[in-house]
Design a protein around this ligand. Structure first.
Ligand SMILES: *[C@@H]1O[C@H](CO)[C@@H](O)[C@H](O)[C@H]1NC(C)=O
Length: 184
């Protein structure tokens, strides 16, 4: 009986991942997107970084922390490490279509680092709608399909986004704007 609790722990799937993140994030070009990766307690003081490229061993480190909670910014990318919530927050600004790629949230350590991939997709904007302040308190919907026959609501306020097969719709209520972007 005494052996049972440790054995059960070993059987919990995924319990070995030191760092986890969203599989995929997307945004329309020109906007910003934020990625949050979480890590296990014990890694607070290690350097965290955001790396570009599908191959882990050859990815390009765009920005790295100093092992403290101070945020660091390089070019259009900002990284911050909250050592209380064990959360790495990366913000990419002024997105370009060429930013579409596979990235990694990484933790530096001796031997091979810990890391998790995050796919970033940035699509061109194909439509943008603004609405008047008067309608702020109302529900805003982006609807697909012919008028009258009943359309399918893809996204409605407070948003923030919905994905179709090739396109995504983003709603930014604070700017009173809908943006539609396509992704390959
Ligand atoms: C970390 O997150 C907590 C909870 O959200 C917050 O109170 C704290 O200010 C954050 N620390 C930093 C350095 O941002």
């Amino acid at each position: 009986m005494w052996l049972l609790p440790p054995l059960l722990l070993l059987l919990i799937p995924g319990s070995s991942a030191v760092i986890t993140g969203p599989e995929e994030v997307s945004g329309p070009e020109g906007s910003s997107l934020t990625v949050q990766c979480r890590y296990d307690p014990g890694w607070e003081k290690h350097v965290k970084y955001w790396c570009r490229g599908a191959a882990w061993s050859e990815c390009d480190i765009l920005v790295r922390t100093t092992g403290s909670e101070w945020g660091v910014k390089e070019d259009r990318v900002f990284i911050r490490d909250n050592q209380t919530t064990h959360t790495i927050t990366v913000t990419m600004e002024k997105l370009r279509q060429e930013d579409t790629d596979t990235y990694w949230c990484g933790i530096e350590k001796s031997g091979s680092d810990h890391g998790v991939t995050v796919k970033v997709a940035v699509g061109p904007v194909v439509a943008q709608c603004r609405y008047d302040q008067r309608w702020e308190a109302h529900v805003q919907r982006w609807c697909e399909g012919a008028e009258g026959s009943g359309c399918t609501v893809l996204v409605h306020s407070p948003g923030p986004e919905a994905k179709g097969k090739r396109s995504a719709v983003y709603l930014r209520p604070e700017e009173r704007v809908f943006t539609v972007a396509v992704h390959d």
